[in-house]
Design a protein around this ligand. Sequence first.
Ligand SMILES: *[C@@H]1O[C@H](CO)[C@@H](O)[C@H](O)[C@H]1NC(C)=O
Ligand SMILES: *[C@@H]1O[C@H](CO)[C@@H](O)[C@H](O)[C@H]1NC(C)=O
Ligand SMILES: *[C@@H]1O[C@H](CO)[C@@H](O)[C@H](O)[C@H]1NC(C)=O
Ligand SMILES: *[C@@H]1O[C@H](CO)[C@@H](O)[C@H](O)[C@H]1NC(C)=O
Length: 557
Amino acid sequence: MSLLAAFCAVAISLGAHARQTTVTPKPHFVPLRPALATSSVQLTFGLPATNMEGLHAALYDVSDPKSANYGKHLSKAEVEAFVAPKADSVKAVNDWLSQHGIHPEVISPSGDMLRIDVPVSKANSLLGANFTEFKDQQSGTTLVRTLSVTIPDDVDSHIQFLYPTTQFILPVTQNPRFQVVSPPKTSAKRQGLPSICSVDVDPECLEDFYHIPTAAANASSNSLAVSGYLGEFASEDDLETFFLAFRPDVTTTPEFSVVSVDSGVTTGNGTLEASLDIQYTVGIATGVPTTFYSVGNPFAEGFIDLANFLLGLDELPLVLTTSYGFNENDFIGSEALAESFCNVYAQLGARGTSVFFCSGDNGVYSFSFNSLCDATEFGPTFPSTCPFLTSVGGTQGFSPEVAAPFSGGGFSNMFARPDYQDTAVESYLTRLGGEFAGLFNQSGRAFPDVSAQSVDFITRISGVFELVEGTSASTPLFASVVALLNDALLTAGKPTLGFINPLLYSEGSSALNDITSGSNPGCGAQGFPTMEGWDPVTGLGTPDYEKLLALVTGLGA
Ligand SMILES: *[C@@H]1O[C@H](CO)[C@@H](O)[C@H](O)[C@H]1NC(C)=O
Ligand SMILES: *[C@@H]1O[C@H](CO)[C@@H](O)[C@H](O)[C@H]1NC(C)=O
Ligand SMILES: *[C@@H]1O[C@H](CO)[C@@H](O)[C@H](O)[C@H]1NC(C)=O
Ligand SMILES: *[C@@H]1O[C@H](CO)[C@@H](O)[C@H](O)[C@H]1NC(C)=O
C-alpha cells in the first residue's frame, strides 16, 4: 500500500451476519466531537449495475471511428437498461431500509443510486457507526465521517458504495493562479502572430493561433455545458465588458443560461474560475448555446448529482467542461465509489456528450499544494484518470508552443490503461526507459489526453481584468473547439463527436499540434519530459481546428 494512501480500509466478516469496514484516516484528520445526534446526514447508496461491462463495450462501439456503429449514440432507455440495478438488489436494500423505517429517494434515472437523509442517531444505529466531526488540519475542512460501518451480509453484496461514511475525501479543488492587470492594451497588439498574443492571451489570439472560426455557429440544437462548484459564479456584466474588449467583431449581446443543481447559487458577482470558464467558452464557441450548471455540493456527490441530472434529460449537452478535480490518492480505499463516479461519464459519453476535465495544476502532483508533497510517489488527478472522458493539460508560448510546467499529468493507480491508449503510451514508456520507476504505475490510465494554451488568459472578474493561468483555462478552450466541430457536424447532418478519445488516439493525432518541449515538475520532483507523440504533460497535443474539421467531417456516412 502506498505511503500516500489517504487511509487503509479493512473489511472484516463478523460471523455469518454482517460485514464491517473500518478505516484509519491519515493523522491530519483529527476527531473533534461526535456529530450532533439530531443533525442530519445524507447518504448515497450505489447499487451494482445489471451490465456495466456491456455499457463500456457499447460506449467504445459508438466512439471508435472504425466501428460500423460510430456516432450512433445510445438512447436514454438503452443506457438505463445497462446501468439499472437488478430487481433483487433493489428489493434487498429497500427491505433493509424499510425495516428501519427509512424510505430512500431514487436519485439517478436508471435507479442505480438511492439517497437517504436521516438523523445522525438513525445513521449510527442503521450502520453500527459513530459519525464524528473530523477536522483536516491541512485545509481546515470539517468532515462528518465514521471510522466503521457494518452492513448485513444479505444486503452487502447489493451495495456498490455507501457515501459519505468511511471515505475521507476532501471537497473538489480548483486553483488557477492569477494576477490583477491594468486595462488591456487592445490597440497595440493587433499586429499578427505571434505578437498578437504577446501582451496577453485573449479569444482573438487563440482563434488566430488555433485556426478557430470567429463566425457565429449555426446549429440551434448545439449545446455546451460549463459546470461550476464552490459557489463560483459568472456575471453577464463582466462577459459584456470582456466582449467589448476582445470580441469587437461580435455585434450581438453575449449570453449564457444558468441551471442550479443541489441548490447551487444562481446570482452573485463574478468569481475567478466561473468567469474564466464562461468567458473562454462563450468567447470562443461563438454563438453556441451555453449553460452554466451551478452545483451546490463540492464533494464527490455534487459531481455524481450533476451527471445524473444531465442523464435525466432527453437532450443532453453535447459538451461538458469542468475545471475542478480531486486527488486520486484520496480515493484509495474507496475504489468502488471512484468506479461509480467514473461510470457516470461512461453513461454521458454513450449518450453522446464529450466530457472534458482539467488535468491539474501541480505537475506530477495533481492538486497537492501541501505537505503531502514528498517525492515518494506521484499523485494523479481524478476524474482525469477515468478512462471515459478527455483530460486536458496546459501549454504556453507561441513560437514554439511548449508545455506549461504546472500541467498535471501521469498515470492512474486505480484505473487500468484503456486499449485506445496502448500504442501511444507504450511508445512513450519505452522511450522513457526506467526513469521514475516506482513513482508511478506503468499500467494505469495515462493522462492528459490533449492540451491547449493555459497561461495569461485575460479575464474580467467582478469589474477587474486579471491574468489567469492553469489547466482551468485550457479545458474550456479545448471544449469550445469541440463544440464548434459539433456545430459543423450538425449543419452537415452528421453525428456529433461524443466520447472523442478513441478518435483522437487514432486518426485524430495528426490533426493536433504535437508539443515536444518542456516537462511537468511538482513538489520538487522532476516531472515527466515531453516527447514526440503522446506524453503525460501535453497528451497528444493542442488543437488545430481546420485540421480537426477536415478530419471529423470526413468521418462516417
Ligand atoms: C464515538 O466517537 C467519539 C469520538 O468522537 C468517542 O468519544 C466515543 O467513545 C465513540 N463512541 C462509541 C460508541 O464508540
Ligand atoms: C455559419 O454559416 C455561415 C453561412 O454559411 C458561415 O459563413 C459560417 O462560417 C458558419 N459558422 C461556423 C462557425 O462555421
Ligand atoms: C457585488 O459587488 C458589489 C461591489 O463590490 C458589492 O457591493 C456587493 O455586495 C456584491 N454582491 C454580492 C452578492 O456579493
Ligand atoms: C497499477 O494499476 C493497475 C491497473 O489499474 C492496478 O491493478 C494495480 O493495482 C496498480 N498497482 C499499484 C501498485 O497501485
